[in-house]
Design a protein around this ligand. Sequence first.
Ligand code: COI
Length: 331
Amino acid sequence: MKVFAYGIRDDEKPALKDWESQNPEIEVDYTQELLTPETAKLAKGADSAVVYQQLDYTKETLEALAAAGVKNMSLRNVGTDNVDFDAAKELGMNISNVPVYSPNAIAEHSMIQLSRLLRRTKPMDNKVAKHDLRWAPTIGREMRMQTVGIIGTGNIGRKAINILKGFGAKVIAYDMFPNKELQEEGLYVDSLDELYAQADAISLYVPGVPANHHMINKDSIAKMKDGVVIVNCSRGNLVDIDAVIDGLNSGKVSDFAMDVYENEVGLFNEDWSGKEFPDPKIADLIARDNVLVTPHIAFYTTKAVDEMVHQSFDAAVSFAKGEKPSIAVDF
Ligand code: COI
């Protein structure tokens, strides 16, 4: 039985080696290249492909993979918004993702970014680097004084809520599919509008499905408190970045942290040192004292990478054996 993996990064190799040592009967081959219509033929002869990428899995790409004889595809990440499931269905493909690799990784990063914004660490670090050790005017705000609105209370949102409770913040939440325990705790508000009206800070934990596209836009920002803090470590397309930039310019939005960006493919996880960014909006956002930009690293921890590799390869083998892994995507 053979598994072929695309887009293997150096930092994934220890986890892959570990998985291989636990599964010596499985032949594994891989490439650093991503899955495209052109690279699909590399998987010929394999029973399953393991993939990770932010490029779209288009009809053309999936057709090329199926034409190479591979109809099992296991994603090493959670997001499936870039998969053409209609095409996958037509081709009779099996697809899995890794829905729970380490919710803590993303929850922690988002709450670290929120704390950094509240305590204004970016301007303070910049001052210190210039040998300016004065306090004023870089005064911070305390987490326990904030009402934090959590949008989306799945695995990651719930971890973020636990972190916020530790800080003593007041938490309110909204989800179309409420969690029973949180409901019993009375954390939910009835609508997003209510959350926007009450929250001093808002953090997003919903998927980038079409229904959520640009949920943070000119109209929703207008409904938020003056000086609201916004954190997005979920998906870039949840936020209309122009509306946020307008909000930052007017002061309606006091601070913003983004780990994801609608146009991040080809921009994030690339080295731009000594070069101009191809996107002037990113250059503008990075230059601001009250904006934190990280290049889609919320997930990027040793634990998460290990789980992503192990769970996706296990699922690939399970598909190849004709079984349905517990993390198969139903579509
Ligand atoms: C995901 O798991 O979907 C992520 O956002 C992390 C990254 C591997 C794309």
